[in-house]
Design a protein around this ligand. Structure first.
Ligand code: SF4
Ligand code: SF4
Length: 385
């Protein structure tokens, strides 16, 4: 897992998506002095290439001036770490000036759109779609690469075909995100999708992807296939993310990941104290996440997918103990069943493809590639991502 620091300039957000658990009204905005402290902290923290992702809340609320100062500060101040950048935004506040600046730094953008306008605005609020598409047009005009996350919920999963067709027809790159029970929500399961249904959704998308190969990109399917091929996790959900990923909140507090930002019990330190790797590893959140790792080593040891799943996402696995009101580990990622379903499907299909190509060779039916009519799992596995 590569070294990744998420910068959360604010937890504020102008949108009010129904299932959002990460925005906080009235959240402060990070100062440029805090960015300077991030630079000072990282100069001696770890000597390897780093990727910074600006995340939120809504990171563009920090404004043009913030990025005009923060980007060169990080790039030049940490030149030895060869910083790369990414941005996750709803694009509402995108302007020509910001887009120009982001294109100078070659920043890929992840945004959020759940599908066709009506469905999207039902989940994310009226007017969301128009505003995001307006920002998307600006980003595109400046040559920025934009991919979209579609959050599949207990509601939208019934419209999977409409959602897939929407992304296909618009030529948009799709990344799906299953709505999760949140540690912060009062009704944590309202929008969450059932693991069995999530697994079936992944198989549906795998089939649609193969039917429409070359016409659309579905990032999750690419990664799931790569995991099976390489037998290593290729995104944070399927590796031990702890110790390689950190997030810095608006006031300089350091957390294990953006998902914990704003929750005081997950603060590992502050950038202004320039903590070392060892300091952070002694913090209470690091110990809790180490417990997760040990739990996975024990609980998942007989699972065939253990090497490239690693128990899934530790944030998803945490539960609030109602008596102590503290988060604790009482299982692996609740999407375990979905992971098993899709990893098994990919493994079975690739084995079948392999055996049928061997069979054809044995009966002298010519080279396997001459007989393959449709793209198969191998074509996804070997794709460059
Ligand atoms: S806690 Fe979950 S979302 Fe955060 S880096 Fe780890 S796997 Fe990824
Ligand atoms: S699929 Fe489930 S049992 Fe297997 S490694 Fe992942 S979380 Fe553990």
């Amino acid at each position: 897992m590569a070294f990744h620091v998420m910068i959360i300039p604010t937890l504020g957000c102008p949108s009010e998506c129904n299932y959002c658990w990460s925005s906080q009204e009235g959240s402060p905005v990070m100062s440029v002095e805090t960015v300077e402290e991030i630079v000072n902290w990282l100069k001696t923290f770890r000597n390897e290439p780093v990727t910074f992702t600006f995340h939120g809340g809504e990171p563009l609320l920090a404004g043009l001036d913030f990025y005009k100062k923060a980007l060169p500060m990080l790039k030049n101040g940490l030149n030895d770490l060869k910083p790369a950048f990414a941005l996750q935004t709803n694009l509402w506040n995108m302007t020509d000036e910001l887009a120009e600046l982001f294109s100078e730094y070659n920043i890929p953008i992840g945004s959020s759109l759940d599908g066709p306008k009506e469905l999207n605005d039902f989940q994310r609020g009226k007017g969301y779609y128009e505003r995001t598409m307006r920002g998307y047009e600006i980003a595109k005009a400046h040559g920025l690469k934009v991919s979209f996350i579609s959050t599949f919920t207990s509601y939208s999963i019934d419209y999977k075909e409409d959602i897939f067709n929407f992304f296909l027809e618009k030529g948009l790159t799709l990344k799906l995100h299953p709505a999760l029970p949140s540690l912060r929500s009062e009704d944590p399961t309202k929008w969450a999708i059932d693991p069995q249904k999530y697994g079936e959704l992944l198989i549906y998308l795998l089939d649609k992807y193969l039917e429409n190969m070359g016409e659309i990109e579905i990032m999750n399917i690419d990664h799931l296939c790569k995991c099976v091929l390489t037998r290593r996790g290729t995104v944070c959900t399927y590796v031990d993310c702890m110790g390689d990923t950190f997030a810095v909140g608006p006031d300089g507090s350091i957390y294990p990941c953006y998902r914990f930002v704003g929750m005081p019990e997950y603060v590992m330190g502050n950038v202004s104290d320039h903590p070392t790797v060892e300091d952070l590893s002694k913090s209470a959140p690091a110990k809790l996440l180490d417990e997760f790792k040990e739990y996975v080593d024990k609980e998942c040891k007989r699972c065939s997918y253990m090497k490239f799943c690693r128990g899934g996402c530790p944030y998803n696995a945490l539960k609030i103990n109602e008596e102590t009101n503290k988060a604790e580990i009482d299982g692996v990622d609740p999407h375990c069943d979905a992971y098993k379903i899709i990893f098994k499907e990919i493994t079975d299909r690739v084995n079948k493809e392999f055996l049928s190509s061997q069979g054809m060779m044995a009966f002298g039916a010519g080279k396997p590639e001459e007989k393959v009519q449709k793209p198969g799992i191998m074509s996804i596995m070997l794709k460059r991502i």
